[in-house]
Design a protein around this ligand. Structure first.
Ligand code: ATP
Length: 545
């Protein structure tokens, strides 16, 4: 750019600047006139109403100061023992017991709707919700209402409020007959303004015949990517409480029956079941594997005279199975027990354990089952007492009757497994059954063969809604027979030497089984994907969060 050009540009800028400042001056003058008129009007109004004239100052004074605001970062400096908190679900009980007494409640801002001098928040605590009103009155200033309206959804707040009975039911909350009239409100932890998913969307019913099925739904990957938010929905809160129930019932029932809980190593030197589906991990200068099951260790505990053992723990499978029912890490509920003469002694114990679990879920988790049913199609789970037991050959015959062609010793394919489940349900009206005497060829090396027919074995699977949830068998407790069978399966004996050695000091006959926890919960509730019942699922494509 030449000098002349530069001068021109400067002159132009000057001109523009001048025009702009003229405009600004005009604007200011206009505003001054407006303000003067406003003041005049106000003074006249004050004179007519006989007010003192310093209304502005009064309005600006915040009489709620100190009763709201962002709380100091809680670093355990004080206990505030004067603040007795009440759970949202206990509010009506509290109101009955202590009428006119105020309550402290901590919860999340589920929704927020503010207009003028009042603000309606729905406060959520796990799956309970209550409406809160923050309205300008003689203790709540407009600044406090404004602050309440500025709190982002999902933030955590502490409220002090009066419990007020409402005349018409609040349909959108679990607490329908009361609301909280807040007069103190503190922000404990703020959520960022833009949420990757809305809890309302993630909670929306997803039912096959739902006329609203076209409404916004949150897809599975978005849910799993933002699992912490997703887990806040009522259905997810219920699923994982029920899952805890499965583990608790499993433990309680077995403990009552004389079982001892054991813990088995997850880092092992050789694949427990043979095969390639093991994860290798580096182990100092060497490598090791992640256990595919606690199988060998449960049996060694039996050889060590524990008689009846169970374990609840992580199981790893390096299978590239991208299905609705496979994870690469799941929780195994495993058990093993001795018997006197027949493995059906154990089969009965396992079958009855399931019956007890189903009864416990039905009786103690009705609220959770309903919460899940509010979002997903959930058919009540049906079971017989005692459980139905069929032989593998009977199952094959039922399938052949409906035109399925399969060999006697062929394993059940997933579609055939499901079809058999439907046939069993139609014939026996049960969602749970046991299939006994599987072909020996499709079972692991440690499975006891059937003494009467070399094609069969003393092994069984159990099914819920037509899908396998347990695999088990009588195990070979004779070391020489065990070696023979391991060699037949081309297993390197040297790698399982300590396992085989365990049987050389005398070992009682025993049987047991392994259950997939996530599958049990998925199938009990009739959900369509195992990722819904694993809090932070691991599959071939997902290793986070
Ligand atoms: P599948 O044939 O369904 O792959 P499997 O025969 O490999 O199962 P087992 O090794 O017998 O299963 O394991 C016992 C139980 O553990 C199964 O009945 C199932 O409930 C559970 N399970 C097995 N593999 C998985 C997996 N990848 N993800 C989740 N659960 C599993």
């Amino acid at each position: 750019m030449g000098i002349d050009e530069k001068t021109n540009v400067a002159a132009e800028a000057n001109e523009t600047g001048e025009t702009q400042s003229k405009k600004a001056a005009k604007k200011l003058a206009k505003e001054a006139v407006k303000a003067a008129k406003k003041a005049e009007y106000k003074a006249a109004a004050a004179a007519t109403s006989g007010a003192s004239g310093n209304n502005d100052a009064e309005a600006a004074k915040d009489y709620s100061e100190g009763k709201y605001g962002a709380s100091k970062l809680i670093q355990s400096q004080e206990r505030h023992e004067d603040r007795i908190f009440t759970r949202v679900s206990d509010l009506s009980q509290f109101a009955e017991k202590y009428p006119n007494q105020s309550v402290w409640v901590r919860g999340r801002v589920h929704t927020s709707r503010c207009k003028g001098k009042q603000c309606f928040l729905i406060l959520r605590q796990q799956s309970s919700t209550v409406q809160c009103l923050i309205a300008v009155n003689d203790v709540v200033s407009k600044q406090m209402v404004k602050f309440s309206g500025s709190i982002n959804k999902e933030s955590i707040i502490d409220l002090r409020a009066k419990i007020v009975a409402v005349s018409s039911k609040i349909e959108s909350c679990t607490e329908q007959n009361l609301e909280l009239a807040a007069f103190e409100i503190y922000l404990v932890s703020s959520a960022k303004p833009q949420l990757p998913l809305q809890i309302e969307d993630a909670s929306r019913p997803e039912k096959n015949n739902d006329p609203n099925s076209l409404q916004i739904r949150v897809n599975q990957d978005t849910r799993l990517d933002n699992r912490v938010l997703d887990l806040r929905t009522p259905a997810n809160q219920a699923i994982f409480r029920l899952e805890a129930g499965v583990c608790r019932l499993f433990r309680d029932i077995l403990a009552r029956n004389g079982f001892t809980e054991i813990h088995t190593p997850k880092i092992i030197s050789a694949a427990s079941e043979g095969g390639a589906n093991v994860f290798t991990v580096s182990y100092f200068k060497d490598s090791a594997y992640l256990a595919q099951s606690p199988q060998l260790y449960k049996q060694m505990a039996i050889a060590a005279d524990f008689e009846k053992v169970y374990t609840v723990g992580a199981v790893f499978r390096a299978e590239d199975s991208n299905t609705h029912r496979h994870l690469t890490e799941f929780v195994g509920l495993d058990l093993e027990m001795t018997f006197k003469y027949h493995y059906h002694e154990v089969l009965d114990t396992i079958g009855n354990t399931f019956t007890e679990i189903f009864k416990g879920l039905r009786d103690e988790y009705a609220t959770e089952i309903t919460a899940v049913a509010n979002q997903y199609d959930v058919e009540p789970f049906k079971f017989l007492e005692p459980p139905l037991r069929l032989e593998y050959a009977q199952g094959v015959a039922m399938l052949r009757e409906v035109g399925i062609e399969m060999g006697d010793e062929e394993d059940l394919s997933t579609p055939n497994e499901k079809l058999l489940g439907r046939l069993v349900k139609a014939k026996y009206d049960t969602d749970f059954y046991i299939l006994d005497k599987f072909p020996l060829a499709v079972r692991p090396f440690y499975t006891m063969p059937d003494p009467n027919n070399p094609k069969w074995s003393n092994s069984y699977d159990m099914f819920m809604r037509g899908e396998e949830i347990l695999s088990g068998a009588q195990r070979i407790h004779d070391p020489d027979y065990l070696i023979e069978r391991a060699k037949h399966h081309a297993i390197d004996i040297s790698k399982i030497a300590s396992y085989i050695e365990a049987f050389r000091f005398g070992c009682p006959p025993h049987a047991g089984g392994g259950i997939g926890m996530e599958r049990v919960v998925m199938l009990y509730l009739g959900l369509d994907n195992i990722r819904k019942t694993s809090m932070f699922p691991r599959d071939p494509k997902r290793l986070t969060p």
